[in-house]
Write a protein that binds this ligand. Sequence first.
Ligand SMILES: N[C@@H](CCC(=O)N[C@@H](CS)C(=O)NCC(=O)O)C(=O)O
Length: 213
Amino acid sequence: MYQLHYFPANANAAPHMVLEEIGANYEIVIVDRAKNAQKSSEYMKINPNGRIPTLVDGNLVLFEAAAIVLYLVDKHPQAGLAPAVGTAERAKFYQWLTFLTNSLQEELMIWQYPDRLAGDDKAAVEVVKRGAEARASNYLDVIEQHLKTNGPLFLGDKLSAADFYLVMLSRWARPMTKPPRSRPAIAKLLDKVTALPSVRRAYEGEGITDGIC
Ligand SMILES: N[C@@H](CCC(=O)N[C@@H](CS)C(=O)NCC(=O)O)C(=O)O
């Protein structure tokens, strides 16, 4: 049985949706951020970064949300959440998932926690925050453009784990000046994917009741 260490709506959300979509046997284990449990010596044994999520599958302990997602889609190919290895479609799937985790997610993290870069200087915090928001916004525009011509999902009509990843990030990005949902093609993807029972079950399982994104 998989064990997903989580905190509501954190970076565990996409792996959680994937676990639901593939119908895996799993349990979720709360890491209480309110008590800084992600930095406890016990948790740091499975995730030396002190970050959420972590997946445990028998002897395998895995951190990084995107790596967890990729592991799950590979282990459950029958769920069809990623194209076949070695194809152009698979390459595009890697491109979008990497773009989401490496570019958009990182800017959203800086936007949410600008003080981690800028320290106590309020003016510097504002500069860092606004810069990250502008870059995240540009990345969302790139996604919007792609979905407009190639959508409704990242891979056209074919649902993939990249779609779940965008749902997760879009929830975090709701307070942006120009939230993801204000872009019509992204809104269409979000409506389509958040209507899936797997996505609803994942968020409900984490106790999220205020809408998804
Ligand atoms: N790149 C990592 C980022 C994980 C991450 O930063 N998680 C946040 C929650 S969304 C966290 O654990 N924050 C607590 C902390 O930084 O102490 C991933 O995608 O798994």
